[in-house]
Design a protein around this ligand. Structure first.
Ligand code: FAD
Length: 545
């Protein structure tokens, strides 16, 4: 490893000679067709934007772009072609890195962990919706199916009785997001929990189907996720043990009706009380969806206006400024905003909404904002769409907070407890002040745990801003681990550090992953280093960061 400021392109994977690489690439081009193999021999023109993003590197790079730059991108059209690529990679000891669509922004985008890897862009040509079963409420997808595409197909078929679940941005891949254990905001928001059945190309080229898919002729691949024997699906999420070429997902029955609601809370210190109120309501399913408790400053930012519109000074935007600005918005003067949705017919919703109202109003100064008073262009209505499974892009707007806005996320998991929320917020505040970075904390509440998603927004063209963003993330990861909190997902640059915090019993879990990696991928070609799992060929040779 190691890098220079201006590496010669293409970046050749370490241990391979330039001539060997080029002859291997021409062999692959013969097998897949010239148009389906693209060597990165010129500096990428630009990063593109979310819907037309660069797949040569991370478009929101927090480290110099070439640190995580691919040597080439290949576009398979079928599972058989993925097998061809994997066998080729083994023959030439060339690292490969699969993406579904590569919109993993905040976590590394389309970039590979090992520079010079050949990125397999599955999404460009493997983008079919193979099945939507309108009676079982399931679907079977290829990696290139985005949340938008699935939503539009459900609408096109007139399946009004069915909802999909979408993350905040709808342009990502259902398969890619689910494999990274991403989150959406209907009751089906835990995407991994909602999947059923995988088809996987193993690092040595064999294909398996998991769960009921292993039984020829089975008609329950998408309805019963477990099959028989050891449940192997988990091995293929956030992992480098296989390339997923098909995935089954369950879909939500559309409720007869639904209604968004929003509460605001006045003081930062209200956090612990709010979280204590949320826990029993969420576990008891009175709060039904994966809801969000957001900071007021993020609501200012999602207007799309830069910080400089509100405050010209350096450092954190003063509370008084945030309060004064919020006072002009439908949310009014507040520190926290809870966005939720209630599902079902009016009388069922009312029963739940009354309980929620009584509980939230125990917090002094809590207010329910009447949706009828909220203008149609307000962000509230974007949350309303998403909690009803309709993809959107409005969330991107908070990236405009700083020039050339990019972001990286610190995403620890904790119980739904006030003291945990406060401890994690203290950590993020400490590193925000210490590094002078811009952060937006949001508590995303699952059934029995919550993810604190701390988005750190930085100017990607400013080396010092990138360094500060990364340093703040590293500080947060370490401090959180000292208190027993770990991340649910992380950026390529932090994978070794985060994996290192899951070190109980003399790193027993990491050693287990390494044994699996060596057994399944003896040549160590598939996404080396992903999630901190290095094959033996790379271990102990300074690749960790
Ligand atoms: P990809 O980038 O294709 O893949 C994600 C990861 O899975 C990669 O590491 C890749 O190596 C691996 N992978 C992909 N496909 C395969 C495969 N077939 N086989 C093996 N491994 C594979 N995320 C959320 O979850 N929820 C949110 O609400 C959310 N909000 C966001 C808001 C903003 C403003 C931004 C910028 C990002 C947000 N994200 C969110 C993060 C990200 O945009 C999404 O998670 C996105 O869906 C991930 O990109 P993708 O679907 O294209 O997956």
């Amino acid at each position: 490893p190691g890098s220079t400021d201006h590496p010669q392109l293409p970046i050749i994977p370490q241990g391979i000679s330039r001539s060997h690489f080029h002859s291997a690439i021409s062999e692959l081009s013969t097998q897949l067709g010239q148009d389906n193999v693209s060597v990165i021999d010129k500096p990428p023109k630009d990063d593109g934007w979310y819907m037309e993003h660069a797949t040569t590197h991370d478009m929101m790079s927090v480290v110099p772009k070439h640190e995580f730059m691919a040597s080439a991108i290949v576009y398979p059209a079928s599972t058989a072609e993925v097998q061809t690529i994997v066998v080729w990679a083994n023959n030439h000891s060339i690292p490969i890195f699969p993406i579904s669509m590569g919109r993993n922004l905040g976590y590394g985008g389309a970039a590979p962990r090992v520079r010079g890897s050949v990125v397999i862009d599955l999404g460009r040509r493997m983008n079919k919706i193979l099945d939507i079963d309108s009676e079982d409420y399931t679907c079977l997808l290829e990696p290139g199916v985005s949340f938008y595409a699935l939503y539009e197909e459900v609408q096109r078929r007139g399946y009004k009785h069915m909802w999909i679940d979408t993350p905040d941005l709808g342009g990502g891949s259902v398969v890619g997001n689910t494999l990274d254990r991403g989150v959406g905001y209907t009751p089906y928001g835990d995407h991994w929990a909602a999947h059923s059945g995988l088809e996987v190309v193993l690092p040595t080229g064999e294909v398996i189907r998991t769960g009921m898919g292993a039984l020829p002729g089975s008609n329950t691949w998408q309805t019963f996720p477990y099959g028989f024997g050891p449940y192997s699906d988990g091995l293929f999420s956030q992992s480098n043990f296989g390339i997923v070429t098909k995935m089954g997902m369950t879909l939500m029955p559309a409720p007869p009706d639904h209604e968004s609601f929003m509460y605001t809370f006045e003081r930062e210190d209200d956090l612990a009380q709010i979280i204590e109120i949320i826990r029993p309501l969420r576990i008891g399913n009175i709060l039904e969806n994966v809801a969000q408790l957001r900071s007021a400053v993020q609501t200012l930012a999602v207007s799309g206006r830069p910080k400089s519109d509100f405050y010209k000074g350096s450092g954190r935007i003063p509370k008084a400024v945030v309060e004064a600005e919020c006072a002009n918005l439908p949310i009014g003067k507040c520190e926290w905003i809870y966005y939720g949705m209630s599902y079902g017919p009016k009388h069922i919703r009312q029963y739940k909404l009354d309980i929620i109202d009584a509980e939230f109003k125990k917090v002094s100064g809590a207010r329910r904002i009447d949706p009828a008073t909220i203008p149609k262009d307000n962000y509230f209505w974007s949350r309303d769409k998403i909690a009803a499974g309709e993809p959107d892009l409005e969330e991107l707007l908070w990236c405009n907070w700083v020039p050339n806005g990019s972001h990286i996320a610190f995403s620890p998991v904790s119980p739904i407890r006030g003291k945990d929320a406060t401890a994690l917020l203290d950590i993020t505040n400490k590193h925000q002040d210490c590094q002078g970075v811009e952060i937006f904390p949001a508590f995303v509440v699952g059934l029995r745990e919550m993810h604190l998603i701390v988005e750190c927004v930085f100017d990607k063209h400013s080396p010092s801003a990138c360094e500060a963003a990364l340093a703040s993330m590293r500080g947060m990861v370490d401090d959180a681990a000292k208190l027993g909190y770990g991340e649910y997902r992380t950026h390529l640059a932090l994978m070794d550090q985060v994996a290192g915090t899951y070190n109980w019993n003399d790193n027993a879990l990491i050693k287990f992953h390494e044994r699996l990696k060596d057994a399944l991928d003896p040549k160590g070609i598939l996404a080396p280093g992903k999630s901190g799992v290095w094959p033996s060929r790379y271990r102990g040779r300074g690749w960790e960061m």
